[in-house]
Design a protein around this ligand. Sequence first.
Ligand code: SDX
Length: 431
Amino acid sequence: MADTTKTATLTIDGKTFDLPMHSPTAGPDVVDIRKLYGQAGVFTYDPGFTSTASCDSTITYIDGDAGILTHRGYPIDQLAGKSHYLEVCFLLLYGYLPKAEELEEFETTVTRHTMIHEQMHNFFRGFRRDAHPMATMVGVVGAMSAFYHDSTDISDERQREIASFRLIAKMPTIAAMAYKYSIGQPFVYPRNDLDYAANFLHMCFSVPAEEYQVDPILARAMDRIFTLHADHEQNASTSTVRLASSSGANPFACVAAGIACLWGPAHGGANQACLEMLKEIGTVDQIPEYIARAKDKNDPFRLMGFGHRVYKNTDPRAKVLKQSADEVLDLLGVEDNKLLQVAKELERIALEDEYFVEKKLFPNVDFYSGIILEAMGFPTSMFTPIFALSRTVGWVSQWKEQLSDPQMKIGRPRQLYQGADLRDYVDIENR
Ligand code: SDX
């Protein structure tokens, strides 16, 4: 726990209560309210947890006002530019940048876990062909608990490590199989001669009927998308994984809960929703109408891909993705990509409009990722599965950190009860 130097004083009905404060490595001080209810008989109230730290962590730090995101202290733009996804996975899991031989051993281990139990193929055939791939992923990842019994004992450090490898390694295989199933093509097995991103593209886009060469520039762009989505502090899906894990649930069940939470359009589902919005807008001249709708209090329409609970400056991931979008579209020769033109014009207008400036609504990570993924040939239904695949290492790293925290206890928030007061049952004949 961070050092406790200051104290906060709370006065309720003339009585004062001293609450210890903790100062972090970076970010705001926290007021420790763990003993508040016992001392003062009151709860704090913070729906959406906008002012609440749920845990202490050493993995990821976000400064929303400065637009800073670091993993174990390393800035995301440096990691996206100089590192690659499996090295970032090692960093998130173990807390330091690996030496060459450590990285090689880690990559070999992950590569050797990419196949799924052959019997799990049957799960996919139980779904309708038009099932959303996220529904398939929630189901199949949860079902991993029914296959990998030798890595579900969370009290065993080695089993926790094997479960981590299995989740990181098998998520691309499961996502690719969900995609292949939805388009009626045969499953493609992972290949150990391909790196993580190239393997995923190969499993998605190759067919048995002909050779498929992965374009190294697309593989690099894919790897960068994985890296930029790897972890993000205590976001909704990570908090879901932590809460599920606090009951002692096995890692596969916890990650399945995280996938379910990520699916929502306000969270990981925004990349799909953003692209569908750009398609609905269609052309640049339609933008003002949608900007007006986004500002209209009576219209539930939101500009998908804009705004963030924490970033009130640029989302540093969006800046990197914007560069990747240009590279990928240039490579694919889609200069006159209408969607990218609408996206860039929408961004320009939104960033000049006082509504968005005043509410600090900047493009977030989901704004450009969908454009890149569509250009690479993915249907919009695969955007959030790719986000889930990328975020698995974040969920697993945070899950491992929580389990190694001696302070860990089951998460059990309280409430501000506004319901009926105590009353007696009324028999139906007297109602
Ligand atoms: C992710 O938490 C994470 O770290 C998430 C994530 C991760 O890596 O895990 O970064 C991934 O989820 C990114 C966010 C993707 N979601 C979207 O792009 C969906 C569109 N964005 C909004 O739904 C919204 O911005 C949220 C949910 C992202 C953030 O909501 P907040 O901070 O709780 O803000 P809010 O909903 O309270 O809105 C504040 C104001 C409101 O106006 P007022 O009520 O104050 O008048 O801003 C307005 C909102 O109406 N507003 C928007 C808007 N987002 C907020 N208006 C138009 N378009 C938007 N996108």
